[in-house]
Design a protein around this ligand. Structure first.
Ligand code: PHE
Length: 337
């Protein structure tokens, strides 16, 4: 009988309990009413009293073995059910690429922040404009070359509708709705039918400024832009205004700042001139005020417009304007902060 129990122990040991059904099979075979253990207990009654102790111990260890085998199997099966088999919690987690602001947005926000300290708010123009707001109301003569098909993207079926070539139409839209005092910025995307190269693109961004009130003079324009230049490019920055022409401002000027790269000494970026051209500006033409329902006898004001790409290229040392539109992750990840 001792031999028989030994064999049974070996059998239980090697019995593979890898499913619920197998565990139940083992239980029925050994622990149920008609199971092997009860059979052995029946035989045990016939054992001589002096041998009972040894037999008893053997039978008990067989019973404990079966019970612990079933319990261990049940625990393992439950564990398996609560976890998918292929989950390896020691693997590193997925890599989340955090986004960041686009460099154009960063420069735009910085410019807005500086002018907002002078009381400027932000208005939105529209990218799809009509001829009136983009040209006519801004005092462009009917035959002005800027209306030429080569510069402007017109809608084929209706040449009165176009993609705005500058944000200046935003001036008109603000003045149509609001009487002075006006202090507003109009940032946005503009479009010109130009060949794409490292220096110019058919899509770019501008920020327009408009200031209208009583007694606004050219000195106010200069002071405002000088404040901006020193805040944006640094305290030592100098400005210079060169006479220019825009149909919607009179007088008109272009503003240069002393080169922020070489400090005005002359370098490759400023083409050895020491100056960088950054914006166009001027006193709003009386015809424009009149077109928008503002009396030029009572009010005057100034406007300016600057390209954001150029400014961003200088700020971040970007040498190819196309980089701003390609959404190359390597390029964009330089601007994380
Ligand atoms: N709209 C002009 C341009 O695109 C810039 C400008 C804006 C000039 C406002 C004067 C006043 O070049």
């Amino acid at each position: 009988m001792i031999e028989k129990i030994k064999d049974l122990m070996a059998e239980v040991e090697t019995f593979a309990v890898d499913t619920k059904e197998k565990a139940e099979e083992l239980r029925l075979k050994y622990l149920s009413k008609k199971g092997i253990l009860n059979e052995i207990f029946a035989e045990f009654k016939k054992v001589k009293p002096e041998e009972k102790r040894e037999y008893g111990q053997k039978i008990n260890s067989l019973k404990t073995l079966v019970e612990s085998k079933i319990a261990a199997a049940q625990e393992a099966l439950e564990d398996q059910l609560s976890k998918p088999n292929d989950l390896d919690i020691t693997l590193p987690g997925p890599n989340h690429n955090l986004g960041s602001h686009h460099p154009i947005t960063m420069v735009k926000n910085e410019i807005i922040e500086i002018f907002s300290r002078l009381g400027f708010t932000v208005a939105e123009g529209q990218e799809i404009e009509d001829d009136y707001h983009n040209f006519t109301a801004l005092n462009f003569p009917p035959e002005h070359p800027a209306r030429d098909m080569q510069d402007t993207f017109f809608i084929e079926t209706n040449p009165d509708i176009l993609l705005r070539t500058h944000t200046s139409g935003g001036q008109v839209r603000v003045m149509e709705k609001q009487q002075p005092p006006i202090r507003v910025l109009v940032p946005g995307r503009v479009f010109r039918n130009e060949a794409v190269s490292a220096r110019s693109h058919c899509i770019f961004h501008q920020i327009e400024g408009l200031y209208i009130d009583k007694n606004v003079s050219f000195a106010d324009l200069k002071q405002t832009l000088m404040y901006f230049a020193k805040e944006f490019y640094g305290e030592k920055t100098e400005i210079r205004l060169r006479p220019s022409y825009f149909p919607f401002t009179e007088p008109s000027a272009e503003m240069d700042v002393s080169c922020s790269i070489c400090g005005g000494k002359g370098c490759g970026i400023c083409k050895n001139s020491g100056w960088l051209e950054i914006l166009g500006c001027g006193m709003v033409h009386p015809n424009v005020l009149r077109n928008c329902g503002i009396d030029p006898e009572v009010y005057s004001g100034f406007a300016f417009g600057m390209g954001i790409e150029r400014t961003a290229m200088l700020r971040y040392g970007v040498t190819d304007i196309r980089m701003f539109f390609e959404n190359d992750m390597k390029f964009l990840s330089r601007f994380k902060y």
